[in-house]
Ligand binder design. Structure first.
Ligand code: FES
Ligand code: FE2
Length: 397
């Protein structure tokens, strides 16, 4: 063997080396939420940097939304600097008119349009008050039913959908990893001062990935069969309990209902966690929050309460950012028995990065895993006490 270091016991071969291949320049097949639909429906062209290029989003006179590569194939003009004229977006450079299907419909100064005058277009739809585009390197036909329609939540009994978006300077895998990273909920999101998850289950099945998580007050038990969605109300949770169901529908769109039966009050929210890649090294991270009205409150009181909860959750959502900024990419995480199924999660997500014909059946096969958190919970309970005591001492100084 050429590598003479192999002969030295206890040397390099015992050190775990971080491996990290550069991220894929392919963008996962799926529906991506670009943001609140209303923001794009003003008759103006909007620019979005995504999928390694710039997109133009526009709404034609009939109300139809178009999403095209912003760079005009004529001479490279930027359509997002153009003007909506009728059903088309007109390029600011030479006024070529592009339809939402990506075809050039008219060149005002030419007798006819070259038959090959077609640019990249992304099928678009509005759902849950959000604008979605379908990205597919194979140009397959999208299935709109993948994204659940929560129309009943938008027709009364719930607050507005409050939205926030921020660019993250890293690859999207860091975000997806959260799905199975149960310990970070204690250390990052709980800041070591609130108890960690007492129940955690992942299910990966077809194009859907589930994260069922509960936080229990000491001594309180789950009342719910863990492996299926919770269909009860917040009243069904023991006092102090919190349940969260984060479900990815495809590579980038999570709907996350949460129920909290806290001493301060009962809260039921739906959190939308969505992203789209800008480049292999950046992505846009969205959070949307809506809050279920409390029946005993007036409309005005409910709006105020919802606003408070929405701002709080939006603030907490970006707690991962500092970790992402300072960590390194790692293809071979060194896991312990109390960590979640990170490799199976990544395998599930890989299905969206390959051609349909190349999907390994293991990527979509149902996989279920439940954490044994009895030991972790004992430790975390103790750590919460110590961390709070330490902070109190520091504050007194
Ligand atoms: S570059 Fe767009 S019309 Fe010429
Ligand atoms: Fe996180």
């Amino acid at each position: 063997m050429d590598d003479h270091r192999m002969d030295i016991p206890g040397d390099d071969d015992e050190i775990r080396r971080i491996e990290a291949a550069p991220p894929s320049h392919r963008y996962a097949r799926g529906w991506y939420c670009l943001g609140l639909a209303s923001e794009f429906m003003d008759g103006e062209p909007h620019k979005i940097e995504a999928f390694g290029t710039k997109l133009v989003v526009f709404q034609g006179e009939s109300g139809k939304l178009g999403v095209l590569n912003a760079y005009c194939p004529h001479m490279g003009g930027d359509l997002s600097e153009g003007t909506v004229k009728g059903e088309e977006i007109a390029c600011p450079f030479h006024d070529w008119r592009w339809g939402s299907d990506g075809r050039c419909k008219n060149i005002p100064y030419a007798r006819y349009v070259p038959p090959r005058a077609r640019t990249a277009s992304w099928p678009a739809m509005v759902r849950n008050e959000q604008l979605f585009v379908w990205n597919d390197p194979e140009n397959g036909v999208p299935d709109p039913t993948i994204i659940p329609d929560l129309a009943d939540k938008f027709s009364g009994g719930w607050s507005n959908l409050s939205w926030k978006s921020e660019v993250m300077e890293t690859n999207v895998r860091e975000l997806i990893d959260n799905m199975s990273d149960l310990a970070h909920f204690f250390y990052v999101h709980g800041e070591g001062k609130r108890h960690g998850p007492s129940y955690f289950r992942n299910i990966f099945d077809g194009q859907i990935a589930y994260q069922y998580m509960e936080f229990h007050e000491k001594g309180s038990k789950m009342i719910h069969d863990p492996g299926i969605p919770f269909l009860g109300t917040v009243n069904d949770l023991a006092p102090g309990n919190f349940r969260s169901e984060g479900v990815y529908y495809g590579p980038s769109y999570m709907i996350n209902p949460q129920w909290r039966n806290a001493a301060e009050g009962q809260v039921e929210v739906i959190l939308f966690n969505a992203h789209y890649p800008i480049s292999p090294y950046r992505f846009m991270l969205h959070i949307g929050v809506m809050v279920k009205d409390a029946p005993q409150l007036s409309a005005e009181q409910n709006a105020g309460r919802a606003h408070f909860i929405q701002e709080m959750l939006k603030g907490a959502f970006y707690q991962d950012v500092h970790i992402w900024k300072t960590k390194t990419r790692i293809d071979n995480p060194l896991l312990c028995h109390a960590d979640g199924p990170m490799y199976q999660l990544r395998r599930w997500h890989d299905q969206f990065y390959c051609d349909l014909a190349d999907i390994d059946p293991l990527m979509t096969k149902r996989f279920e895993w439940t954490a044994d958190l009895s030991y972790a919970n004992e430790v975390w309970e103790q750590q919460v006490i110590e961390n709070i005591e330490r902070e109190t001492r520091r504050a007194r100084k």
